[in-house]
Design a binder for this molecule. Sequence first.
Ligand code: DGL
Length: 276
Amino acid sequence: MKARLSELPVGVFDSGVGGLTVLAALRDLLPAEDFLYLGDTARVPYGTKSAESVSRYAVQAAGALVRRGIKMLVVACNTASAVSIDCLQECYQPLPVIGVVRPGAKAACCASASGNIAVIATESTVNGGAYKCAIENLRPDANVISAPCQLFVSLAEEGWGSGDIAEAVARRYLEPLFQRFGEDGPDSLVLGCTHFPVLQQALESVAGPNVRLVDSAKTTAQEVERILCGAGLCREKERQGRVNFMATDCAGRFAKVGSSFLGEAISAEDVEIIDL
Ligand code: DGL
């Protein structure tokens, strides 16, 4: 039974193409694994929707992956992780289900010396307070202040992740956020949204050398590896894993924008359109 289960892909879902930054980290660390990626491109963005809608979408997306056969589910979307991870874990047990918020919170606690931690994310993620709660659970002395930065999502998808415009927008969002920490400022900045690693350069140049950027993708990949190995579900190392892509709309746009997020070419013909 274990041998057959280990041959199944790892399911990864996101509201759209953003989760491909997480998939890239997963493939880097686990090259022998197969992945089944679903982007809910018909309903993106999740970040401006109510928690009720996002939870409903997340359960539908997870259901579609589970029906195809997966050995683990990774909720790559920060907004969906923030509002629905407990519900998904309960719904699909004993399937291992992990989100990106708790691994991101863990990475932030490791990165921060002072405990002054700034979090940027979508409106829904910030409003629900999931990062603040997850960080304070691990580190009760932390001073966590969050700000929604919704415009970064559009900039990243437009391919304007670096340069003057990205830096101007980053300044507009980060300066007031950093001022809220007082004189010391934050020493870490959590990128609490799948799209924000695309703006890394602009964020680094505005945040300055004393602030460490924390990207949950790598820590999430490490957590997936730990869970798969612990359950005896890893693929044999000698093989090269495959990725199958599914989206709920616009295969062409998924392939075009998604290629830059993944860091490798995706062909529109390889994107299966499904209905949730
Ligand atoms: N994937 C979403 C997240 O990480 C960003 C895009 C959206 O708003 O759906 O929160």
